[in-house]
Write a protein that binds this ligand. Structure first.
Ligand code: KIV
Ligand code: NA
Length: 259
């Protein structure tokens, strides 16, 4: 699984054979330049889901429910989920939380909308967690992650994202569940993996902070810099556009026009 936030990023993910594409609320930062995910609106998530869904022909496409769109009541959550599916055109929604979200997950799945769970580090709750901290590092914490994963499974989730927990903990959680786990910062013992596309492609300026678990598979920023700088230089030196980039006119027509 990989994230996408617009038509081109979804197009390449789908063409590259991703099983699942996630329109994660991380798009608040990587696509909209916001500080964190708490700022992104349901309407904005729907717009991005619509553009992604136009490109994902094979991949199962999931849209994040943003902070504030599902915590109040199960009814509020179902309304938001329906909007993300009907207007955003994705097949499934993801929401963060464990035991406390079980009635909400049951409400949405009962209405026929598949829900992807998200336990461990839940970034929408960063202020309550004291930042982006690894979860499940103590016996008690690990048990909490397991109980949350079991609760969202029992509530009807078809799979669950497990974020930022020790690899051994995620592996045991995976073994104890009957649904697949999708790890991010959770080692290779999960059923699957997810990464934020912009991060794994290296589509950001040098020096930006990257979480420990991200592997940089590309240098898209470097490629873009090279191309745009060369374009700038070519325009200034008038080597672009060259003859092959211009439209011809018949010499006799030009003669009449120029005189
Ligand atoms: O918003 C996001 O991109 C996510 C994944 C990293 C799991 O929730
Ligand atoms: Na997210």
């Amino acid at each position: 699984m990989i994230t996408a936030h617009d038509f081109p990023s979804a197009h390449v993910a789908d063409a590259a054979g991703m099983d699942m594409v996630l329109v994660g609320d991380s798009l608040a930062m990587v696509a909209l330049g916001m500080e964190d995910t708490s700022e992104v609106l349901l309407e904005e998530m729907i717009l991005h889901c619509r553009s992604v869904a136009r490109a994902t022909k094979a991949a199962f496409t999931v849209g994040d429910l943003p902070m504030g769109s599902y915590e109040i009541t199960p009814e509020q959550a179902l309304e938001s989920a329906i909007r993300v599916v009907k207007e955003g055109r994705v097949q499934s929604v993801k929401l963060e939380g464990g035991k406390e979200m079980a009635p909400t997950i049951a409400k949405i799945t009962t209405a026929g909308i598949p829900v992807l769970g998200h336990v461990g580090l839940t970034p929408q709750r960063q202020n309550a967690l004291g930042g982006f901290k690894v979860q499940g590092k103590t016996a008690h914490g690990a048990l909490q992650v397991l109980e949350d994963a079991l609760a969202v499974q029992d509530a009807g989730c078809y799979a669950v994202v497990v974020e930022a927990v020790p690899a051994e903990v995620a592996e045991i959680v995976t073994k104890k569940l009957s649904i697949p786990t999708i790890g991010i910062g959770a080692g290779n013992g999960c059923s699957g993996q997810v990464l934020v596309q912009v991060d794994m492609l290296g589509h950001f300026p040098p020096g930006r902070f990257l979480p420990k678990f991200v592997k940089k598979y590309g240098d898209v920023w470097g490629e873009c810099m090279k191309a745009i700088e060369t374009y700038r230089d070519d325009v200034k030196s008038r080597s672009y556009p060259a003859t092959e980039h211009t439209y011809p006119i018949q010499p006799d027509e030009l003669e009449v026009f120029a005189n």
